[in-house]
Design a protein around this ligand. Sequence first.
Ligand SMILES: [Zn+2]
Length: 261
Amino acid sequence: MRYSQILEKVQDDLDQHKAVSDAVSKLSQYFYDETNSANDYGMKWADVNFGDPETNGTYFILPAKQAGLTEFPDLMFLFGKAKIRHTTGMNARSTKPILGHTKLILIWCARTDADPNTMLAQIKAKVVGNFETHHVLKHELTHYLDFQRRAVANKEDTFAKGYEHYYNNPSEYNAYFTNLADHLMGMINGMRREPDHAQTYADLYDYDPDFMTMLKDIMTASAFEGLRGFLKYMNTKTRQKTLKRLYALHQYAGELLAKAH
Ligand SMILES: [Zn+2]
C-alpha cells in the first residue's frame, strides 16, 4: 500500500472515530440535561416484538435526532433490560417502522423493566457515566456507519458459530477496532482539532514514541468485556491487520507532534 493510501485510511479511521465519539458525547449530554430529564425525555416506551424471545421486550425509545445526533438522522435507540451483568448492544433493521424508524440500535443496560421510572433512571445513569456503555454505543454506532457507507452485511454476527468465528468476522472488525483504538484515536483527534496543543494531548494520553510500548498498553486493555474477547480470540490474520492499522495511527500521531514543535 502506498503511503498516500495509508494516510487516507488513517484519516477515514479518525473521521469515523470522531463521528461516533461526538454522538456518544451528545447522547450523554442529552440524558444529563435537567430540562430533558424533567420532561422524562419525551417518555416514549414500546413493547417490541422482533419475533425472537431473546430481543422481544419493553424498551425506552429515543430517536437519535431528538438527542441532537444530526449525523445519524434516521437512527432510533432502544434501551432495554440487560440480559447479563454487562451492557450489550445490537444493530437491527425492523420491517415494521417504530415511530417511523427502521434502523435501530438496541442497548441492553437497565436492571429492571418492571417500573418505567426506575428503568429510565438506570438507563440515564448508564448512558451518562458508564464507561462500558459508552464502548458499546461506540461499537454499535460504528456498525451503523459501516452499514451506511460500505453496505456490509446489515446484520451483526452472533456467537452461534463460536467465539473465534465471531471475533474474526470482517463485519465485526471495524467495530472492535473502534473500541481497541479508542484512546489512541481520541488523542489524535484532539491533536487534529488543536494542533498547537498536540504535546499536551500526547502528555495527557500517555503517548509513547516507541510503538511497541504503546502497543503493549493497547493490547492489554481490558476495560470492556467485548474487547477482552476480541483480544483473546483474534487469529493471526486479524492480529496482523490490527497491528498495521495501529502502527499507521501511531506514525501519524508522531507526525502531528513533530509539526507542533
Ligand atoms: Zn458488533
